[in-house]
Design a protein around this ligand. Structure first.
Ligand SMILES: [Zn+2]
Length: 402
């Protein structure tokens, strides 16, 4: 059953005009007074509304904007418990205590699979309602073989973009024995987790895992068939970005503290995306990453939420895009591209992040005439409809017109 959505005020495609088929996301591109045909779960046609072909059914966008569904390439959604009091204390000026993440680990270990599933389902629904049609989900709050493996099993019920993050922090039972924990992460734990994941990740940071440990985790993961990505340069300068580029990681995430050599390495990497997570800096009052410096150097930039119960508990890509525009000086076009096509690149996905002919029919309709409203009207629920794989999965507040 094909669907024609017509009278679209602005259609962001991230795809060349008039292309017969589109193999992967391109630069930012948008059409005005446009239409779009979805068929069999994919984009079948885009172009001027006046030239639109007929379809089995029709919807009138009434001048609203349509964008590719957001691609959130970095989220930690398998956990139990919450840390609202810790956030309030941090905002009141108390310094961050390292006990925070351990409280989430304890709550996650104590939770049943069903409790983890219910919490993740709630967050996934929240994301979808805000226009996110593809998301990545990490483990990392279990930190035992059994708890990491079941975290990944639960995650894989919701998304194919599942990331093994046994190397998130060193758990309390390995205090003073980082090497012993890395051996576990690269050995028995990896063997139990690899069948349930696509990606391997490591938190490369002072106080977490160093360069050699990160290299070992990524290499072991790759040997088990997983693709590398990394938490890098969040809290201070460090080796994370260099390790990412060496490993040809799909993405180096955070990139808040970069040297010129780090920026050069990303620019010359030929495929390592810098994934910026501005919700974290917002929620921890840290300095934002220098997006303009990365963009000027030609680095591919993605925006993601990093949704997690400690450093950033937003699931909203529109919110993160608005911060990127307001506080990181990205243009509205750059921010939308980074939140769609950029995320697709960070997940090595060619079928999402754009609305070229042949793309998966994942799209979000805004109750606004242009993509700029995501930053122009921050905090306002603008999503009027979401389609995933061609199916209408969110009605938002759009009046039924079909
Ligand atoms: Zn993270």
């Amino acid at each position: 059953m094909s669907l024609l959505i017509t009278n679209i005020g602005e259609l962001v495609t991230n795809a060349p005009r008039d292309a017969v088929s589109v193999a992967s996301p391109g630069p930012f591109e948008a059409l005005t007074d446009a239409a779009l045909v979805l068929d069999d779960g994919h984009v079948a046609w885009t172009g001027p509304a006046t030239q639109a072909p007929s379809a089995d059914t029709m919807a009138d966008a009434e001048g609203r904007a349509v964008l590719p569904g957001f691609v959130d390439s970095h989220a930690h959604l398998v956990f139990a418990g919450e840390r609202g009091a810790e956030f309030a204390a941090r905002m009141a000026g108390q310094s961050y205590s390292a006990g925070g993440i351990r409280s989430t680990v304890a709550a996650t270990r104590a939770a049943s699979n069903e409790q983890l599933r219910v919490n993740l389902a709630r967050l996934a629904a929240e994301m979808l309602a805000q226009g996110t049609t593809t998301f990545e989900c990490k483990s990392g709050y279990g930190l035992t073989t059994a708890d990491e493996a079941r975290s990944l099993t639960v995650a894989s019920e919701f998304t194919p973009e599942v990331t093994y993050l046994g190397a998130h922090v060193v758990p309390p039972e390995f205090d003073g024995n980082v090497a012993g924990y890395v051996d576990l992460v690269c050995g028995q734990m990896l063997a139990a987790c690899a069948p349930h994941a696509r990606w391997v990740d490591v938190f490369c940071e002072r106080g977490a895992f160093g360069a050699d440990e990160a290299r070992a985790v990524l290499a072991a993961g790759e040997a088990a068939g997983l693709l590398p990505r990394i938490h890098a340069n969040q809290l201070g300068p460090g080796p994370g970005v260099q390790v990412a580029v060496e490993a040809a990681a799909a993405s180096a995430d955070h990139c808040t503290f970069l040297t010129d050599a780090d920026v050069d390495a990303l620019a010359c990497s030929g495929g390592t995306v810098a994934t910026l997570l501005p919700g974290v800096e917002f929620s921890t009052r840290q300095p934002y990453p220098d997006a303009r410096r990365l963009l000027s150097a030609g680095v591919t930039v993605a925006i993601a939420t990093d949704c997690n119960p400690g450093s950033c508990f937003t699931s909203s890509m529109p919110f993160c895009a608005a911060i990127a525009v307001r506080d990181m000086h990205m243009t509205t076009q750059e921010a939308v591209w980074a939140a769609t096509a950029g995320g697709a690149h960070a997940l090595r996905r060619t079928d999402v992040g754009h609305l070229g002919v042949g793309a998966r029919a994942d799209l979000v309709m805004l109750d606004a005439p242009s993509h700029a409203y995501l930053a122009y009207r921050p905090g306002v629920p603008l999503v009027a409809g979401v389609w995933r794989g061609g199916e209408r999965v969110e009605d938002g507040r759009l009046r039924s017109t079909s």
